[in-house]
Design a protein around this ligand. Structure first.
Ligand code: ATR
Length: 293
């Protein structure tokens, strides 16, 4: 009998990670056996990861706060990880001589895009507001710049505006490479508030960690009232966050939490390790049902 693939998610905190549940569902769906654990990183991420690979680990996911450390650790990167400069997936590659190299990927952005498309979010011709400029935003901007999506403009608003500006600068080369016509700009919450008339965004993406703390971003009500779709990258078992509740209360017709993105990015990681892409929609329904129990 073939051994199950030894996989894990690294982070801190990690006890409540649902990645083992999600990958267990993919394993059932595809018939590929996996042994997927959780590893709490209290010290050096690189040492913890190398110990896991020495013990037979063939890949891992990486979550907060270890994603930048994972980028530093890997030997080579996919274009997504290179652009994001954070890694959420590592695949171990071993050559004929037994030499190990570590490939880093960032599946967050493609996971979000797949979910937005599955949900029918109005991206073509849209002006998008991304709230937050941390690692998550670095991952999600590149796929949204793909010319075939036809996104008109992306504004990144952040408490620390220099971080939003740095992302805009870092994406300039990619925009040129892609021939993207999307306008990409950075601003502060105060600048957004001061604009008259209030700017209109069809899609709001909350990529801050505020929902985790039960707080809302400091946006004028008009911003919510004019939006057609809102998505919180944070998720809860019930599918509601403080941000999604607020968006619904202010009348946004299509409002989602980030569970679909979580399952989407996990599916892309699973595909990188196994070569088989799980059915995201079916897995998401199963995950939601299990979490609701
Ligand atoms: P991740 O990797 O999940 O993106 P992160 O890099 O820590 O996590 O980013 C968290 C994001 O939430 C940042 O945009 C952060 O704003 P700053 O860059 O100014 O720190 C945002 N955030 C966290 N707490 C916030 C708060 N109280 N008000 C506004 N933004 C906040």
């Amino acid at each position: 009998m073939t051994q199950p693939l030894k996989l894990a998610v690294f982070g801190n905190p990690i006890a409540h990670s649902i990645s083992p549940l999600v990958h267990g569902i993919f394993a059932q769906q595809t018939g590929i056996a996996v042994d997927y654990g959780r590893i709490k990183v209290e010290g050096d991420f690189a040492a913890a990861a190398q110990a896991f690979f020495n013990a037979g680990g063939v890949g891992c996911n990486v979550t907060v706060p270890c994603k930048p450390d994972a980028y530093d650790l890997v030997d080579c990167c996919t274009p997504s990880a290179q652009l994001a400069r954070v890694v959420n997936t590592i695949k171990v590659k071993t050559d004929d001589q037994g030499k190990r190299t570590l490939l880093g990927d960032n599946t967050d952005g493609r996971g979000l895009l797949t979910d937005l498309q599955r949900l029918g979010a109005p991206l073509a011709g849209a002006s998008i507001l991304i709230i937050g400029a941390g690692g998550a935003t670095r991952g999600i901007v590149p796929p949204l710049l793909a010319p075939e999506l036809g996104v008109t403009a992306i504004t990144i608003v952040n408490r620390t505006v220099s971080k939003a500006q740095a992302i805009v600068q870092d994406m300039a080369e990619l925009k040129a490479q892609l021939g993207a016509t999307t306008t990409l700009r950075a601003c502060s919450f105060d600048e957004l508030k001061a604009q008259r008339p209030s700017p209109r965004f069809a899609v709001l993406l909350n990529a801050t960690s505020l929902s985790l703390k039960g707080e809302l971003p400091d946006l004028a009500d008009e911003i919510y009232r004019h939006a057609a779709c809102a998505y919180d990258l944070f998720y809860t078992p019930q599918g509601r966050t403080i941000f999604t509740e607020h968006c619904t209360a202010l009348g946004i017709p299509a409002v989602y939490d980030g569970l679909g993105m979580l399952v989407g990015q996990a599916a892309l990681s699973f595909a990188l390790w196994t070569g088989v892409m799980p059915d995201v929609g079916a897995a998401l329904a199963q995950v939601r049902a299990q979490l609701g129990k």
